[in-house]
Design a binder for this molecule. Structure first.
Ligand code: SF4
Length: 351
């Protein structure tokens, strides 16, 4: 009989006391219980080493020289001061042969469906992962949908919210009834789930909600939009809303984080500002935590927002071209760390 003792590095092998689920607590503890491991067998005592090395007439001990964290220290007590050379063994794979070219798959063009701004954001990070998430079957999420998410889904399910449906929502979501009543005027004025098509790239940007607000009258007020006069600057703004998870401590910084990396809202703003007939004076970006109050994050008349819009426009154009060509080449890198397709793609090792 042969026993293989693998990964014999410092600290890997030793004897320690552990909880024994089959022994009653009172039998295990207390002086003189006799249930503990004898001191001579604890840690990495010579008796432990002897025990390990005598598990079979033939014991093979191996230890890796290094792993991904760096060089490793072999356990000399198990391996000896001068470990024997490994015997010649046949190569286990082509990769172990000198000069062998590892297999690299070819990535044929794939049909990827409709290009949406948010999909392109994932696609930019890794096209193969984005493709996989779109076309491969996935386990149904069995977790219960939180109430705020169900309410958001209900709000976005139709373009307009009429008073009757608002009243029904208050009955269906009694915990949100107060919040719905508090924001009734705003919610009734919104258009939900708007899809804006960027005709230059064919990319669709979907926003949670938006509204046109006249700039005349009280600041931030809403009412019937003032029609813009040909040749005169628009007298209205467009407000883009993003409904996000509840956060009682929400502040501007947190709201900015909810929006900063998104593509949909900024591409939608770009499309709106380019509208030849009804371009607004500016676009305002608002984050609305469910059950909370709206937070104005920024607007397109400010340079930060303008540069974000410009960046998104440029990124969308680049990714839309790749997308149209059906490019699904993987991009190993930071995103591989939590990629659930790593076992399919096998490129993580190159990241
Ligand atoms: S492991 Fe990396 S390269 Fe492979 S699909 Fe995932 S993210 Fe892309």
């Amino acid at each position: 009989m042969k026993v293989y003792l693998l990964s014999a590095v410092e600290g890997a092998y030793g004897a320690f006391e552990r909880e024994d689920y089959f022994t009653q607590e009172e039998l295990r503890t207390g002086p003189g219980s006799g249930a503990g491991l004898p001191l001579r067998l604890q840690g990495r005592d010579a008796d432990v080493v002897e025990e390990l090395l005598s598990r079979a007439p033939h014991v093979v001990v191996t230890a890796p020289a290094a792993d991904r964290t760096g060089l490793l220290v072999a356990d000399i007590a198990l391996l000896g001061e001068e470990p024997a050379e490994l015997p010649d063994i046949p190569a286990g794979s082509r990769l172990e042969l000198p000069g062998a070219t590892p297999y690299l798959p070819t990535y044929e063009a794939a049909s990827l469906g409709e290009p949406t701004a948010e999909f392109l954001r994932h696609y930019r990070d890794c096209a193969l992962r984005a493709w996989g998430h779109r076309v491969l079957p996935r386990d149904e999420d069995r977790d219960e949908v939180p109430e705020w998410l169900a309410l958001r889904h209900a709000l976005l399910s139709q373009p307009l919210l009429e008073p009757e449906r608002l009243a029904r929502l208050a009955l269906d979501f009694p915990e949100a009834a107060g919040w719905l009543a508090e924001h009734e005027e705003r919610l009734l004025a919104l258009r939900f789930g708007q899809r804006l098509n960027d005709v230059r790239t064919g990319v669709v940007a979907t926003i949670h909600a938006g509204e046109r607000v006249p700039l005349t009258g009280r600041a931030g007020g809403r009412g019937r939009p003032a029609a813009s006069q040909p040749g005169r600057p628009s007298r209205e703004k467009i407000v883009i809303y993003r409904f996000v998870e509840p956060n009682p401590g929400a502040d501007w910084r947190w709201a900015m984080e909810q929006l900063r990396d998104r593509w949909s809202e900024y591409l939608a703003a770009e499309v709106m500002l380019r509208n030849p007939d009804r371009a607004p004076a500016f676009v305002e970006f608002v984050v609305l935590p469910m059950y909370g109050s709206p937070i104005v994050v920024e607007n397109s008349s400010k340079s930060y927002a303008r540069s974000r819009i410009e960046e998104r426009r440029a990124e969308v154009r680049v990714q839309a071209q790749r997308f149209a060509a059906g490019d699904v080449t993987p991009t190993p890198g930071f995103v591989c760390r939590d990629c659930d397709l790593a076992h399919v793609c096998r490129m993580r090792e190159q990241a």
